[in-house]
Design a protein around this ligand. Structure first.
Ligand code: HSE
Length: 407
């Protein structure tokens, strides 16, 4: 019998307790041992929960209990969660988490402690919710030189954008829905502004390219600026707007990583990844391309990945799994503003200004183009150009939207 503690009894933590109880028999079969939740740590009381007996506010009951071998951290954030994770690892316990912020910002250090203590720090649920992606990258694809990883990494914003395509709902209504369904972060700003996707693309880049990428230092833009007009113009061009996280090798020594809304062709596989689903594409020199698809957020899909890690931790009590990346040197990550791409622009400036800055452009929409087209605005696509050059060319123009195009 292996005893487990859960830190944080919110959406994911309670899902973990439920799945562990519901599937106890098959979990024991897969782990070759019974696994039992012994304690749950949370600052709140849950008098009506079937798990209320084991809930405590006192983390030291976990830290000092030699019978608890695996700790599930589902607190979130990089404050208390960081402290408790470190102390659990130092106490010789394996830790399993869905906490992308913690892995993205302190993963290198926590993995080093795990290595020193010969325990595991596992985080399959930190990217893509229930989709297997960490294990494929660190196990199944290790014969490859991986050179690119990108995808739809945030369920909340994908849900919002998908609903916008269908029309007739406000941003606020859809966001409330996403919160009710347990997709959004406690502070949904992290979803909307792209920080959540940034943490996830950094974890993927860490694993794919072997060096740490700091989410606080990459270029991030979220979906707040995407309007119904943009969605419609993109549709007319044969594109959808999706929030993508993307990281790729530029040469042997440099990579770039960023998060931003993109226009993606309706013929691309990712364009059919709608609602709360996530889709992640990995490119390797032997594999070519593979896409991983599934539920990217939500209580039970995320718990599914967490519990699988618990089982793996139990199966690897003696032999630690190798997982980790090196610190990176300054200049390793090239600013995405210096990478050339085509751009979609929506502007209130006239054709003369557009022509002066960009020459002949392919218009996507113009005033009076069709009922519903902005009465005073043009939308068009540029030739490949860096974001930095683009900002310069746009100076003085009335820019309403500006998104990358993924060709
Ligand atoms: N808020 C996150 C999302 C949860 O919407 O994708 C899963 O990491």
């Amino acid at each position: 019998m292996v005893n487990v503690a859960i830190l944080g009894f919110g959406t994911v933590g309670s899902g973990v307790a439920e799945v562990m109880e519901e599937n106890a028999i098959s979990i024991a079969h897969n782990a070759l041992e019974k696994i039992k939740v012994k304690r749950i740590v949370d600052v709140r009381d849950f008098p009506d929960s079937p798990f209320s007996e084991m809930i405590t506010r006192d983390f030291s009951l976990v830290e000092n209990d030699p019978d608890i071998k695996v700790v599930v951290e589902t607190i979130g954030g990089a404050g208390v969660a960081y402290d408790y994770t470190k102390r659990s690892l130092l106490a010789g316990k394996s830790v399993v988490t869905s906490n992308k912020e913690l892995v993205a910002t302190h993963g290198h250090e926590l993995l080093s402690i795990a290595k020193e203590k010969n325990v595991n720090y596992l985080f399959e649920a930190s990217v893509g919710g229930g989709i297997p992606i960490i294990r494929p990258i660190t196990q199944c694809l290790t014969a490859n030189e991986l050179d690119e990883v990108y995808g739809i990494l945030n369920g909340t914003t994908n849900y919002i954008l998908s609903q916008m395509v269908q029309g007739n709902v406000t941003f606020e209504e859809v966001l409330k829905d996403a919160q009710r369904l347990g997709y959004a972060e406690a502070d949904p700003t992290a979803d909307i502004e792209g920080y959540d996707a940034a943490r996830k693309i950094c974890i993927l880049a860490d694993l794919c390219f072997g060096k740490s990428v700091d989410p606080n230092k990459i270029s991030i833009s979220g979906i707040r600026g995407v309007t119904a007009q943009d969605v419609e113009y993109a549709r007319r061009l044969g594109y959808k707007i999706k929030l993508l996280g993307r990281a790729y090798r530029l040469d042997g020594e440099h990579i770039t990583a960023y998060v931003s809304p993109h226009l993606i062709s309706k013929t691309s596989l990712l364009s059919n990844v709608d609602g709360v689903m996530n889709g992640i594409v990995v490119h390797g020199n032997a594999l070519g391309e593979a896409m991983f698809y599934g539920a990217g957020a939500g209580k039970r899909p995320t718990a599914s990945a967490v519990v699988a890690d618990v089982i793996d931790a139990v199966k690897h009590m003696q032999a630690r799994k190798y997982l980790g990346w090196e610190e990176s040197e300054d200049g390793y990550v090239v600013d995405a503003a210096d990478i050339k791409m085509r751009w979609y622009l929506r502007t209130g400036s006239g054709l003369e200004d557009i022509g002066r800055a960009f020459g002949n452009v392919r218009l996507i929409s113009y005033p009076g183009d069709y009922p519903g087209a902005g009465p005073d605005e043009y939308a068009f696509a540029t030739e490949p150009i860096t974001g930095r050059e683009l900002e310069r060319m746009l100076s003085g123009m009335d820019v309403r939207s500006m998104f990358r195009i993924l060709d």
